[in-house]
Write a protein that binds this ligand. Sequence first.
Ligand code: ASP
Ligand code: MG
Length: 465
Amino acid sequence: MSLLVMKFGGTSVEDPAAIRRTAAIVAGRIALGKQPVVVVSAMAKVTDQLLRAAATAVQGDRIGALAISSRLRSRHRDTAAALVKDSSALINRIDQKFDSLDEILRGLAALLELTPRISDLIASHGELLSSRIVAAAFREMGIAAVHVDARKIIITDSQFQKAVPQDTLIEKSAREKFLPLLAQGKVPVMGGFIASNEDGLSTTLGRGGSDFSAALVGGAIQAEAIEIWTDVDGIMSADPRVCPDALRVKIISFEEAAELAYFGAKVLHPATILPAVRKNIPVLVLNSRNPICEGTRITSLAPHCKSPIKSIAVKKKLSIIDVVASRMLMTHGYMKSIFDVFDKHHCPVDMVATSEVSVSLTVDSNEKLPSIAADLGQLADVKYEGGKALVCLVGDDIRGKNGMAAQIFNAIRHINLRMISQGANEINLSFMIDEDDADEAVRSLHAAFFQDPDPAIFDVEARKQ
Ligand code: ASP
Ligand code: MG
């Protein structure tokens, strides 16, 4: 069998036109002899709106919460009606789901208490609905689709809102459910993100969790590949809005993709595809608006690349905190006391640089900074400053290459650097600069490193056109 998992994100199922495009993509794979399992997100923005309805209800605004629900109801009903000719059964089902959602929202508005468990129950409606609609639409378009309730397949523990999958149970249920359907030529369609604990209560895998669902299913049935269909062409050598001659990266390692993910490469969060990588199943990022594009292939081992850098990423809106130990020079336990402050405020630290007398740390700019600085002020002199950006160059061949730092910093010699770091895995080199200099830095670096890009790794054809 040629098993394939195809995951479609919110924008790929956002309206009737998107769902038709998605159906055509799936039909195309079937025509190639593939046997797909389809995993879908909620229609774009629906999860946000469901959670907003919950937040509105719990503030006592019953009318406001029900209004959000009613708009969502119309959107789902209209989508179903546009796609399915004889849609009364489907629309009945949609209405039932919204009736029970409205019950929960009324309850919340009366009790004024929202637990993680109820939050998951509410959020699960997005994928419960989208997967039903997509399955029915596929059938209408001649695909032998069968809806599968994800909560029967993806079994988790009871950490609501970020539940941990139970691999052995999932492997068993996925194989038992999907393999016979696939053998009969059916196309299972299930919602991503949603799951249930062993007592059958709805849980979720955390925001953006549909990729994770796809990887879990792919790993369980030993698919030959997992396709993540989104609305960009894949991972790029830089942000094309900043750098118009950015190139698509055709192939990248899991480790490199993981470095980029932190920088908001919105494409996908690699931790979520770990179940696939562990089993050596390649993951492809593809564009449902441009399905002929080959996307980016994420593999467990980095392919050799002639150019040392695969991609340049930027994270903006950061702050830098300088801690200067005037009073106690780097005594034993000093670092710990600094990190204890960040821990106390639940504030993750991105990058650290130390000297004998000072420590500089970077964090996302946030409203906790003044109180963090005040606490650190007990230990040392503290300054903090916002408006910073971290630029990160990623590439497996940065490792052990002589003169890399010289080349990088030569390319941006006109820009003032605040902090530099090369991670232990040596596949990234990052530095911090003023946010206002970030776009210029990316363009200069891109010009320096992508003059003669390796055609095995980058889509150089696109540049020629
Ligand atoms: N619908 C969920 C979310 O918006 C899961 C996903 O789309 O991956 O977070
Ligand atoms: Mg997503």
